[in-house]
Design a protein around this ligand. Structure first.
Ligand code: SAM
Length: 454
């Protein structure tokens, strides 16, 4: 059994030491030199710390901060003095399960589920360079800042490990299909073409497995033509597609997602729900253990446990709000926003609402940091949920790093990354369903003839 844990220290070229010589020998899979933008790259294959430094172009002359991810055996974990909580239970990737490339990877919600299920996640592609730190640090995979429109199947294929099942996953931007973005039937969103490029890349690369997630409304965009076009690109695949309730898979949220699974190596379907009606995870289970903070404050131990400020008026409103209630229940109706008093505003029941401890959270959106943007009030504290709470409700692990430790996150940026993500627990269910296909004996023979023959 191997484990991952993140590491940071200072590399001193003169002594070739970075604090703990013994650990330096293991810092061999993901190496990041902070303070030098050009050298900020991940080095999966570097066999040693020295090789890693060389491949950054810095050789042994580099002095400065260093952080990365260690892979330790269980025995080495015992020797390591750090508290066990710092060691994440992440298995080493098992090449037989398959290698994964993630299109529109963001900060890696979708990739991380595959990492936690033991897949070799090789790379993520996204136009948003600000996602690089989180993606690479937590997933030991390379982030490519590229526009999917200009990629071809040959390049995507070069990213997979040879002779392993190739698994192409992706979640194109959801906003163009979201119920919050209203457009008429004739009005084609420019982003729709990104799904078409995903389909084109599938046609060109012909990976063994494809998985696509998005909001359910994608299926009816352009009167269903867009989705039908994507399904047509899966010609030759066995396809499973359904709208899934994420709460059924341990996500403590009201969130439905369209999931498509496609396989060229045998039938595939999403596994049965792991968290049926009586086993739903609640807001309390997800965020109840975090230390209290106030609106506008962040927690000293965790910069991501940070809540946005509230105006005096909104502070009065959140004090009036009860868990699960609406602004209609407020004793002082003068606090109700002008726009909600109008007929058209009376439908927005959830804004300025508080979550309930023992219920699901609402869908965590890119706007989840604002009390006025939905039911994003904390169940008991007078503030909107913090970024860490939003990440936990999206089932990211509690130590999922979004920024280097010395950086304060910009709330709106971090909320966009988090709200856009595929919940990690949904992604794990997808990954387990893929493993059920890729690890079956018949498939092994078909996909790995060279290795079987050895
Ligand atoms: C729904 S989010 C993906 C979330 C991600 N799968 C996760 O689980 O964290 C969509 C992503 O597509 C990216 N994107 C938008 N246009 C793109 C393009 N033309 N090429 C590559 N990525 C693009 C956005 O930057 C955004 O991160």
């Amino acid at each position: 059994m191997h484990w991952h844990c993140s590491y940071s220290g200072v590399w001193d070229a003169a002594t070739r030491n970075h604090g703990d010589q013994r650990l330096s020998a293991h810092l061999n899979n993901c190496l990041r030199l902070k303070g030098d933008k050009n050298a900020t790259r991940t080095h999966r294959a570097a066999p040693s710390l020295r090789e890693g430094l060389k491949s950054t172009g810095k050789g042994r002359s580099y002095r400065g901060p260093l952080s990365g991810v260690l892979r330790l055996t269980t025995a080495e974990c015992r020797d390591y003095k750090a508290p066990p909580a710092e060691l994440a239970d992440v298995p080493l990737p098992d090449a037989d399960r398959g290698s994964v490339v993630d299109l529109f990877c963001g900060i890696g919600g979708l990739s991380h589920g595959f990492v936690l299920e033991g897949f070799d996640v090789r790379a993520g592609v996204d136009v948003d360079e600000t996602c690089r730190f989180a993606y690479e640090t937590n997933n030991l995979a390379t982030f490519y800042e590229k526009d999917i429109e200009y990629l071809d199947g040959g390049w995507i294929n070069s990213l997979f490990v040879p002779d392993t099942p190739r698994i192409l996953v992706g979640c194109a931007p959801c906003q163009p299909f979201s119920p919050y973005t209203r457009r008429s039937g004739e009005d084609r969103a420019p982003e729709w073409c990104l799904l078409e490029h995903f389909g084109r890349i599938v046609r060109e690369a012909q990976p063994e497995i494809v998985s696509m997630e998005n909001v359910p409304r994608l299926a009816i965009a352009d009167e269903g033509r867009l989705f039908e076009g994507f399904l047509a690109d899966l010609d030759g695949y066995e396809v499973w597609a359904k709208v899934v309730d994420c709460a059924d898979y341990g996500v403590p949220q009201m969130r439905s997602r369209l999931v498509v699974l496609a396989s060229r190596i045998g039938p595939i379907e999403l596994e049965e729900p792991t968290h049926g009606a009586n086993r739903r995870r609640t807001v309390r289970q997800a965020i109840g253990q975090l230390p209290p903070i106030e609106a506008g404050q962040s927690c000293e131990e965790d910069a991501l446990h940070r809540a946005s400020r509230l105006s005096d008026q909104n502070l009065k409103r959140i004090k009036a709000a009860t868990p699960g209630g609406t602004w209609r229940d407020w004793p002082d109706q003068s606090l109700v926003a002008e726009c909600h008093r109008k007929h058209s505003g009376r439908f927005y029941n959830n804004v300025y609402g508080r979550m309930s401890w023992d219920d699901l959270a609402p869908t965590i959106t890119t706007q989840c940091y604002g009390f006025g943007n939905g039911r994003f009030g904390h169940p008991a504290q007078d503030r909107a949920i913090s970024l860490r709470e939003a990440a936990l409700l999206q089932t990211f692990p509690p130590d999922y790093a979004l920024q280097p430790p010395d950086n304060q996150p910009v709330i709106a940026h971090a909320a966009r990354w988090i709200g856009n993500a595929v919940p990690v627990e949904l992604s794990r269910a997808v990954a387990r369903s893929v493993a059920a296909v890729t690890t079956c004996a018949e498939v092994s023979k078909a996909v790995r003839p060279a290795r079987e023959a050895e």
